[in-house]
Design a protein around this ligand. Structure first.
Ligand code: SF4
Length: 165
């Protein structure tokens, strides 16, 4: 399977990920339009080699213009408090998701992930490497979505600046 990473996301990651990580991505990927296309096995190897510290994601979140600005992001690496996005933000996320699904239907693109693809995404959430997975509610604290539904939709992705899936 191949993954598409947005070049802009990779460029943003230069601010908080080691240069070696970025170089490794560009070395194995092929640029197509605005994306870097990478074989999933290569991506998995790179992720394992450059295991991000939870603090990376908290720092990334601070630089994210969509950051709530209220969460007590702290560089010690402790888990941020469970603070879901506002109802308005979640409504916007839902509208965006519905729009992307409708677009996929109209253009004949794939709408749903297979069980296997979905499980791979869900596994990433459930490991909670990002620090944003609320295991109690099975939801992503960053976007507020129910992970088992969001991972099913082929056009939906992890909301972090550098997507984990
Ligand atoms: S969608 Fe991304 S940020 Fe949210 S829980 Fe899953 S891996 Fe973490």
């Amino acid at each position: 399977m191949m993954y598409a990473m947005h070049i802009s996301d990779i460029e943003k990651a230069k601010e908080y990920r080691p240069k070696e990580y970025i170089d490794a991505l560009y070395k194995v990927g092929v640029i197509q339009g605005n994306s870097l296309i990478i074989r999933s096995s290569d991506l998995k190897r790179i992720w394992e080699e450059f295991q991000p510290e939870r603090v990376d994601f908290i720092t990334a979140n601070r630089k994210d213009p969509n950051c709530c600005g209220k969460t007590n992001h702290n560089v010690s690496g402790s888990v941020p408090p469970k603070q879901y996005p506002s109802i308005l933000t979640m409504a916007k996320n839902l509208a965006g998701s519905a729009g992307r699904a409708a677009k996929a239907v109209v253009s004949g693109d794939k709408l749903l992930r297979t069980d296997e693809e979905k499980q791979k995404c869900l596994d990433i959430c459930q490991t909670n490497k990002c620090g944003f997975y609320d295991a109690e509610k099975a939801r992503c604290i960053k976007c507020g979505c129910f992970s088992k539904f969001k991972t099913r939709l082929a056009n939906e992705h992890c909301p972090l600046p550098v997507r984990l899936w």
